[in-house]
Design a protein around this ligand. Structure first.
Ligand code: ADP
Ligand code: MG
Length: 213
């Protein structure tokens, strides 16, 4: 599967999803490659950190920039079972190019900064990409939702997303938890943390299943 994690904003959790998916895929025996198109290189940094941990299965990563990534991804698709692309921030050349070749686009949205304008712009971009890539499926996932049960960010998001036919809200909500930062720092997925971080592992597994099944 070729998956792109992208969006118009920085800091919404793109690299967090890319690195968690990649490690989980690898642990399921998939031959997975992370393609980092963000000049900040945080996904590559994560993969390099992971390499220092001999107990974990290595996740290969490469950095690619520029619009040629569309054809490069097509080439790589014959050599890897799964390709997971970190599209970095903004409406980048890389994001637009990658959207024309991937099967699924996942857009993390920060629950508290939930923003209709960003969604409108993304929906527009998705429509343009579909002209080249008919089978593109686009999903939105709420990230960093409050763990306080009295805050109901999900309902509001659902309502807003109903206006965008080409954006589908995933059922799993990812909450704001220290475990995500801990895992990122150590080159791990939240499901690999010891001692176990049960709630984070459970929600990330649920998201993984929604995306990869
Ligand atoms: N669900 C979460 N809970 C806690 N921290 C998170 C969560 N998702 C992301 N973060 C943290 O927020 C920051 C931005 O996330 P990141 O995945 O790097 O975003 P992006 O790649 O979209 O810029 C990072 O420090 C990351 O560890
Ligand atoms: Mg990032």
């Amino acid at each position: 599967m070729i998956i792109l994690v992208g969006g118009e904003k920085g800091g919404t959790g793109k690299t967090t999803l890319v690195t968690n998916f990649a490690a989980m895929r690898r642990n399921q025996d998939s031959d997975v490659l992370v393609v980092d198109t963000d000049k900040q290189g945080s996904a590559s940094y994560w993969a390099a950190t992971r390499e220092g941990n001999e107990q974990m299965r290595r996740v290969p990563s490469i950095q690619k920039f520029g619009k040629a990534i569309a054809s490069e991804i097509r080439d790589l698709a014959s050599r890897y079972q799964d390709i997971i692309i970190d599209a970095g921030g903004r409406d980048s050349l890389e994001l637009r190019a990658a959207m024309t070749v991937v099967e699924k686009l996942i857009i993390p949205i920060q629950a508290s900064q939930f923003d209709v304008w960003t969604l409108g712009a993304m929906s527009e971009l998705v429509n343009q990409a579909i002209a080249f890539n008919e089978s593109l499926q686009t999903f939105v996932v709420l990230n960093r939702a409050s763990t306080n049960p009295s805050v109901s960010e999900t309902a509001e998001a659902k309502e807003v997303l109903e206006d965008f036919e080409n954006l589908v809200l995933l059922n799993t909500v990812i909450h704001d938890r220290i475990a995500y930062r801990k895992a990122a720092k150590s080159g791990l997925s939240v499901v690999e943390l010891q001692p176990k971080e049960v709630k984070a592992a459970k929600e990330m597994t649920s998201l993984y299943q929604e995306v990869f099944s």
